[in-house]
Design a binder for this molecule. Structure first.
Ligand SMILES: NC(=O)C1=CN([C@@H]2O[C@H](COP(=O)(O)OP(=O)(O)OC[C@H]3O[C@@H](n4cnc5c(N)ncnc54)[C@H](OP(=O)(O)O)[C@@H]3O)[C@@H](O)[C@H]2O)[C@@H](O)CC1
Ligand SMILES: [K+]
Length: 236
């Protein structure tokens, strides 16, 4: 199956359109995005293979997807730990954080130590709005993601990858190739460089919006919020 990709600019425009004329709120989109991330994790790492999930969250909506996923994972029976060093003060993020605190989901400030007690990592640091050099406090975290043997599920983009061109050739993140990626709504152009297990999530695209943006809606089965779309030879 060949799915078309969406540029960072169009992905941001699509988001805005869903919220302005599409009748969605950001809470809804983030909830569905985070739910799909939790389902992808469940497929990769059934509870019997280890429950300790480290969710690394960045300052934007990619990080918000991670906070939502952590909550769903808790209810599935996992033991999520959240690393969220640059916290947004906006009301939505404060609510997502409160929901996790009420479940006594731990927040850690020490990513490196947390890695020692983790079965799987969710990379929700940067999504389609990432650009330029990785700024503090994230270079060390990206380096750790690039070098760890613990499996990583990247949300929308492997953090530090250029959204159009893919992996970095130098600096933190050089050599970062997570074993799994979930693209939200549609794959970003960087997917051409990805080698690993690839899912699509974000089951909220209407046929008319998909047509307008030149996107494909993958065939979701039943209750699933994710569909696996293999990447072979650099092509979807
Ligand atoms: N329809 C969909 O598909 C939906 C998509 N959703 C999700 O939203 C994601 C896009 O979210 P987004 O636009 O908030 O930006 P995101 O990628 O999280 O990062 C921006 C933050 O990172 C920062 N930053 C940037 N560059 C940096 C650098 N070099 N070094 C350090 N920091 C850097 C930047 O900080 P600042 O520039 O302000 O300092 C900003 O705060 C998308 O990928 C998907 O996961 C769902 O939630 C909803 C439905
Ligand atoms: K990411």
């Amino acid at each position: 199956m060949a799915l078309r990709t969406i540029s960072a600019k169009s992905a941001a425009a699509l988001d805005q359109e869903l919220m302005s004329t599409g009748g969605f709120s950001i809470d809804q989109l983030m909830e569905l995005a985070g739910l799909s991330v939790s389902q992808a994790l469940f497929r990769l790492q059934p509870l019997s293979k280890g429950k300790r999930i480290l969710v690394a969250c960045g300052p934007g909506n990619n990080g918000g997807d991670g906070l939502v996923a952590a909550r769903h994972l808790y209810y599935y029976g996992y033991q999520p730990t959240v690393y969220y060093p640059k916290q947004s003060k906006s009301e939505l993020y404060q609510r997502l954080k409160k929901q996790l605190e009420d479940l006594q989901v731990p927040f850690t400030e020490d990513f490196t130590s947390a890695l020692q007690n983790t079965d799987h990592i969710i990379d929700a640091i940067f999504g389609f709005s990432f650009s330029g050099e990785v700024r503090e406090p994230f270079p060390k975290v990206i380096e750790a993601l690039a070098s760890t043997k613990i499996p990583v599920l990247a949300v929308d983009a492997p953090s530090s990858w250029d959204i159009e061109d893919g992996p970095r050739e130098d600096g933190p993140g050089k050599g970062f190739m997570p074993p799994a990626l979930i693209s939200l709504t549609a794959p970003k152009p960087l997917v051409k460089c990805f080698k690993g297990t690839h899912f699509i999530g974000g089951r909220f695209l209407s046929p008319s919006v998909a047509e307008k943006y030149g996107l494909d809606i993958p065939k979701y089965e039943g209750l699933d919020q994710v569909v696996e779309v293999p990447v072979e030879n650099g092509k979807l």
